[in-house]
Design a protein around this ligand. Sequence first.
Ligand code: GRF
Length: 200
Amino acid sequence: MSGINVNGDRTKVAVLVSGGGTNLQALIDKVADGQLADVELVKVISSRPDAYALERAAKAGIATAVAKEQSDVLAELKASGAEIVVLAGYMRVLSPEIIENYRNRIINIHPSLIPKYCGKGFYGLRVHKAVIEGGEKESGATVHYVDEGVDTGSIILQEKVPVLEGDTPETLAARVLETEHEILAKGLEKAIDDLKKGDR
Ligand code: GRF
């Protein structure tokens, strides 16, 4: 992506989380080491007060908020000045109002090769269990734009991961998660590029 933001500033990114936040950590680390030099992580908003992701954010000096109601999420996003929103293990479906306010500016990471093993009910270890039970030889991760559906927005980036003999949902999840950490950052760069070019 180009080195300089159109208005000379780094692109303001808010991250929505619900859990452990390893994807958030990957973004924090890549901002710190210069791989995502044009990104400013302005706020981490959690649907749960006990999400470890909040501690990761606080350690990195990023503002945090807990918001259970979607109206509060929208208010937090607006107050943060975020230009792009990343869902990184966020376990809620966003309200149409939020999607409308950030049309083509919200991205999500999903731990399968969409359109396979996605949509309602496919979250966490359930995804990987279904992949193994489906006899798949490969799975993967997908970064996509968020629209009003569940995992239905257009795909930004996908990467395959092998399913190995003897895999359990846990071992497969761990392998896919490593790939998530890489493609989430790349997908974010691509979304920022699209935004700057006015492609979307
Ligand atoms: C990831 O597998 C993500 O794809 C899914 O939830 C998990 C979150 O992991 N939506 P983490 O909180 O980023 O560690």
